[in-house]
Design a protein around this ligand. Structure first.
Ligand code: KG4
Ligand code: ZN
Length: 351
């Protein structure tokens, strides 16, 4: 079973080809991140326009890689592809539209079944490209710029949402803390880089308590970081956050980044451990952009009694490989394909 996957829900145009839900044959990601970085966050109109420019060249480059891998002529590649999978939600409307319309057109032109993929569910499937593959029951911690949730999969397509954030996603908290410290967008990589040489115990920041055993909250932590930074420069809540980057010393920035990262990561690791003790899963996986975080991997490794599966960083952030992988399982389990003439986007799709 060979599936071509297309991802365009945010600012990454990802295309990949995966065989049997476990082997990555071709893979390419075009990102408009550098443009958004100038504005400190994703600008939906720019993201959509960038997808329009990037999508066909990215599909073409993946088809060429695949042909080289399979040692076939480029014009024979489509004969070897069994279906197309595409993210139809959740995400930015304009961005999702480009991927879905491209996938629908290709499915009609090439006469292939089309599989509609839930972006958040697909993040978990990046882990099926890692050997040994995870086994069920599988506990997954999904941590990205838009989501923070714990989901227990009893099998493919049979899962239970244990809990989720009641306000900001953890990746969003990293992005906001980066702004407070004057570090570049996206905040995850820049804050974790600064945290490397900081003291993670130098600032005492609260771990928020929320109703629901497996729910998270990050907005209080973000405000606590703002107050700690204002206090560090001898001011109170009246100091505008825009003043902070030039008033904080480098040492203070490193220490705040390290203290924030420790508490944010401990928050999700604590709940993952509680869920592990309650459900005794056979595997634990982490998924989504924040799964690339080294502190998260280190804390889980030292606190969980079993090894945690995680994908290489390029497959943790948005990509076409995770979409193609979940597409393979849909096809292999005989799931009904979507109608290529009518598949609509669902920007607010949930798991
Ligand atoms: O999964 P993703 O690429 O997009 C969404 O579906 O949201 O995740 C992007 C998020 C951003 O908030 C980014 O700051 C965060 O993942 N991120 C990280 C790291 N790399 C990316 N957060 C913490 N540590 C990292 N190394
Ligand atoms: Zn994502």
């Amino acid at each position: 079973m060979i599936i071509l996957g297309i991802e365009s829900s945010c600012d990454e145009t990802g295309v990949a080809i995966v065989q049997d839900g476990k082997t990555l044959l071709a893979h390419s990601v075009a990102s408009s991140m550098d443009i958004h970085a100038q504005y400190g966050g994703v600008i939906p109109e720019i993201a959509a326009r960038s997808h329009i420019e990037a999508i066909l060249p990215t599909v073409q480059s993946v088809i060429e890689q695949f042909s080289r891998e399979k040692k076939i002529a480029v014009n024979e590649a489509w004969n070897c592809i069994d279906g197309i999978a595409v993210t139809y939600g959740a995400g930015l409307s304009g961005s999702l539209l480009i991927g879905v319309l491209t996938a629908r057109t290709l499915a009609i032109m090439k006469d292939k079944p089309l599989y509609a993929i839930n972006h958040v569910e697909a993040h978990v499937y990046a882990n099926f490209l890692v050997a040994p593959q995870p086994s069920f029951p599988l506990l997954s911690l999904i941590v990205s710029g838009g989501h923070s949730q714990l989901v227990l999969f009893n099998d493919h397509f049979s899962y239970m949402l244990l809990g989720q954030t009641v306000d900001d996603a953890i990746g969003e908290a990293f992005d906001k803390v980066a702004k407070i410290l004057g570090l570049p967008y996206p905040g995850g990589p820049s804050v974790s880089d600064y945290a490397k040489t900081g003291d993670p115990y130098s600032y005492s920041l609260p771990k928020s308590k929320v109703a629901g055993e497996y729910n998270f909250s990050f907005s209080g932590l973000k405000t606590a970081v703002l107050r700690a930074a204002q206090h560090a420069v001898g001011e109170d809540y009246r100091l505008a956050s825009i003043e902070l980057p030039q008033r904080l010393s480098e040492a203070q920035k490193h220490d705040i980044a390290a203290s924030f990262q420790r508490v944010a990561i401990e928050t999700v690791v604590d709940k993952t451990l509680t869920a592990y003790d309650e459900f005794h899963p056979a595997s634990v996986v982490i998924a989504g952009g924040v799964a690339a975080n080294q502190e998260l991997r280190t804390q889980l490794r030292s606190r969980l009694p079993i090894a945690v599966t995680y994908a290489p960083p390029a497959l943790c952030t948005d990509n076409g490989a995770m979409i193609a992988t979940l597409g393979c399982y849909k096809a292999m389990h005989g799931k009904e394909p979507a109608d290529a003439y009518s598949l609509a986007i669902e920007p607010n799709l949930v798991m």
